[in-house]
Design a protein around this ligand. Structure first.
Ligand code: ADP
Ligand code: MG
Length: 340
């Protein structure tokens, strides 16, 4: 038991550092949050630089709409967002971000500089944190935004101790890029590792992007899927049972463009493969479920990788049957649209 003390509000930076434990628990989550921001800003070209597994430096440059100089301080302030303004808008949210806490959280545990050059402004400005305060100055940047995060967790050594090797942290970051690249084929992506070009994905049609990232879904090893019922649509590609592997690292499920890990969905997919896949193997798939935003709650966890469906049973059953109909067409005797 600790000694009794008067109740006091925590300092702002400490609140952000506590939130950072959930929002950005490792370099890959920083990469995820920054990429979400770039995509929400409409970027079509994104460059990612990762040094020392992201612990030393993560720098992400986009050509999106940018942030005006007089909004820079708000951008790094907790609970400030341009994406929602009301509960109604939260319930309809289609942007990847909406909590307004990623930049503040990241900045509270790093040396942080954001530089932005929006349309219609004379030059770029940057904002950086220095001895507990924010400083804004004119800077150089091409149109768009660059966020440079250095010495991650230098101020929270306890968190730093939980990180894995630089190699593992780098590959976790790369997985995030892969997930985002799969869902955004019209965007071109460049990844540098410790100053050297590591990988690039040029803008390309979706099917080409999938094959370039996941060879398990190459022609002949997968089937395309595109099923619609009312305002729900499931499209993508499912691996044939023969292309299943011993590891579950080729399973990508997106809800309204957001990569999610969801027990209900996993179960639905697993059940669809039940009769055709034997043994302890994991099928490869990339699936995009679209449904009205009001049918799904994305505000479940700060990391935004969990969702709740308003009508979970119907979604489960429909996803399962949609996949079954592609894997074993003869079994789907009732039109999908009549099954929910
Ligand atoms: P959220 O994304 O939940 O709104 P963030 O803390 O990630 O919260 O970002 C705060 C705000 O800063 C965003 O709402 C957006 O207006 C702006 N912003 C952040 N990153 C970018 C970017 N790369 N390009 C344009 N605007 C950005
Ligand atoms: Mg964000």
């Amino acid at each position: 038991m600790t000694s009794a003390r008067p109740i006091a509000l925590l300092p702002d930076v400490l609140i952000s550092q506590i939130a950072a434990g959930e929002v950005v628990d490792r370099p890959a989550s920083v990469v995820k949050e920054l990429l979400e921001n770039a995509l929400d800003a409409g970027a079509t070209e994104i460059t990612i630089r990762i040094d020392g597994g992201g612990i030393q430096r993560i720098c992400i440059q986009d050509n999106g709409r940018g942030i005006p100089r007089d909004e820079l301080t708000l951008a790094v302030t907790r609970h400030a967002t341009s994406k929602i303004q009301s509960l109604d808008e939260l319930e309809q949210v289609m942007s990847l971000g909406f909590r307004g806490e990623a930049l503040a959280s990241i900045a509270s545990v790093s040396q942080f500089t954001l530089t932005s050059f929006p349309d219609g402004q004379g030059c770029a400005y940057s904002i950086h944190n220095l001895s507990g305060g924010w400083h804004i100055e004119p800077s150089a940047n091409s149109p768009g935004t660059t966020v440079d995060v250095q010495s991650l967790y230098f101020s929270t050594p306890a968190r730093r101790k939980f990180l894995k090797t630089e190699q593992t942290e780098f590959f976790n970051c790369l997985d995030v890029v892969k997930r985002m690249a799969l869902a955004n084929p019209a965007v071109s992506w460049l990844v540098y590792r410790d100053g050297k070009l590591h990988s690039r994905h040029q803008a390309m049609p979706w099917s080409t992007r999938v094959f370039s990232i996941l060879d398990a879904l190459a022609d002949g090893q997968s089937k395309p899927i595109d099923v619609q019922a009312g305002d729900m649509r499931l499209h993508g590609a499912v691996g044939l049972p023969d292309s299943a592997r011993g590891k579950g690292d080729m399973q990508f499920f997106y809800v309204n463009g957001r990569f999610v890990r969801d027990k209900l969905i996993n179960h639905a997919v697993r059940s669809a493969y039940e009769d055709v896949l034997h043994g302890d193997k994991y099928p490869a798939f990339v699936l995009f479920l679209s449904l009205p935003a009001s049918e799904v709650d994305v505000n479940v966890h700060p990391a935004k990788t969990e969702v709740r469906f308003r009508n979970a049973r119907a979604v489960h059953q429909w996803v399962r049957q949609a996949i079954e109909s592609v894997l074993a067409p003869s079994r789907a005797t009732v039109p999908l649209s009549e099954r929910i």
